[in-house]
Design a protein around this ligand. Structure first.
Ligand SMILES: [Zn+2]
Length: 100
């Protein structure tokens, strides 16, 4: 069965994750396809699952340590589930690398 490619991310100005230094140049909205981020939006790094926020100049900054507690339960749950998914995928990728 052929793979299907979905274009559901937006290309962004290249930036580095303020948590791990990963090169980030694209983002996918959790709710709307091809929605553009705006200042104050949350961004999760796909390498380390670190929580970042877009600043007024659209550069990524680390979210404050207590940031999750400031979110409503629904958004907090969404962020935590996404972080767990990212961490699971990262662990799986590391295991696969170790096997080759
Ligand atoms: Zn990162």
């Amino acid at each position: 069965m052929p793979l299907k490619r979905k274009q559901n991310c937006v290309r962004l100005n290249p930036d580095l994750c303020p948590h791990c230094g990963a090169y980030l140049d694209a983002a996918t909205d959790a709710e709307k396809v091809e929605a553009l981020p705006t200042p104050g939006d949350i961004c999760l790094c796909l390498q380390c699952a670190g929580i970042c926020l877009w600043n007024e100049d659209m550069w990524l900054e680390k979210a404050p340590p207590d940031f999750l507690e400031t979110l409503c339960p629904g958004h907090r749950s969404l962020v935590e589930r996404a972080q767990e998914l990212i961490r699971t995928v990262s662990r799986t990728a590391e295991k696969r690398k170790a096997q080759h």
